[in-house]
Design a protein around this ligand. Structure first.
Ligand code: SF4
Ligand code: ZN
Ligand code: ZN
Length: 298
């Protein structure tokens, strides 16, 4: 296949756009998608202090690389989950990336804090991913608040978000459908704005960008991800996509044009927010769900 822009040999073919691109024009396409997402959803404002949530995987490191290259003030934030070799290797990737680019990475180590994810999951008899999500959310919010970041950026891509939307629709989970926005506003005093600049790019496109631009990441999946429902949703969407290119893209991106406003969350509960008695973060109860989880595990 040839590049549709310059007729050089294509390094990637994107069936959903019925197009192939050489390295230069794929890079141009990639940046255009990020700029469009950022502009359409008003993701960044002047003088933003951006905290980039990084896992050592391709999506978050590509995102950090790009936001830094745009001249934004960025710091990485990594939560080491205490999942054996996977956590050690991914932490190393984050450290090396930060060092190479002269950037700062904040590292929260759950092993050092005495509550690695496998231990929390077994003590509370809960699914590792749901515990992990809750713990990561807490530390992302806490660090962003404590360190004065104005916005939190995550590397969720089109596949991640389409799978999440698909799962929420299958369950008609209206509360979570109301939180699908790639630019979630601040919540209370302690939860900063959250943005997803890679929302228009697929996993395959992000992996290609990382490869073409020499971004070193951990290719392994987290060993705890086996059996996760999100992987099943991705599989089902990929099957549809292979037969009908563009389905995933349309399903997710058109949600914001055609349906999202029906699920918008009403502001009426905001005045019920108080401060958690243990950690000081916003909570609807006296003690927030993270601190209750810690109490249960102890
Ligand atoms: S797969 Fe589950 S346990 Fe592993 S990082 Fe993701 S949410 Fe956490
Ligand atoms: Zn070209
Ligand atoms: Zn708390």
């Amino acid at each position: 296949m040839k590049c549709i822009k310059c007729s050089e040999n294509a390094v990637i073919s994107l069936y959903r756009h019925n197009a192939g691109f050489c390295k230069e024009h794929f890079t141009e396409y990639f940046h255009k998608q990020i700029n469009k997402a950022a502009k359409d959803h008003k993701m960044f404002v002047k003088d933003d202090k951006v905290m980039v949530c990084v896992s050592g995987g391709k999506d978050s490191l590509v995102l950090w690389h790009i936001l830094h290259s745009y001249g934004l003030d960025t710091t990485g934030m990594y939560v080491s989950l205490g999942i054996g070799e996977y956590s050690q290797k991914s932490k190393e990737k984050v450290r090396k990336f930060a060092e190479k680019h002269g950037l700062k990475a904040i590292i929260v180590d759950l092993e050092e804090k005495g509550h690695p994810i496998p231990m929390l999951a077994s003590r509370t008899r809960r699914n590792a991913c749901s515990v992990c999500g809750q713990v990561k959310r807490h530390y992302f919010n806490k660090v962003a608040f404590d360190e004065g970041f104005t916005v939190v950026a995550t590397g969720h891509n089109l596949d991640d978000e389409a799978a999440r939307l698909f799962g929420n629709v299958l369950r008609w989970d209206t509360a979570h459908l109301g939180k699908m926005s790639p630019n979630l506003p601040e919540d209370g005093d302690t939860m900063k704005r959250k943005v997803k600049p890679l929302m228009r790019l697929t996993e395959k496109e992000v992996a290609a960008y990382a490869f073409l631009h020499g971004i070193d990441y951990i290719p392994d999946e987290c060993p705890m991800s086996k059996g996760a429902s999100s992987l099943e949703y991705k599989k089902a969407l990929n099957e549809l996509e292979s037969k009908m290119p563009g389905t995933k893209h349309f399903f997710y991106l058109e949600y914001f044009n055609l349906a999202a406003d029906r699920f918008e969350i009403k502001e009426e509960n905001k005045d019920k927010l108080k401060k958690c008695l243990k950690c000081g973060m916003d909570s609807y109860l006296d003690v927030c769900s993270f601190c209750r989880l810690m109490e249960k595990a102890e």
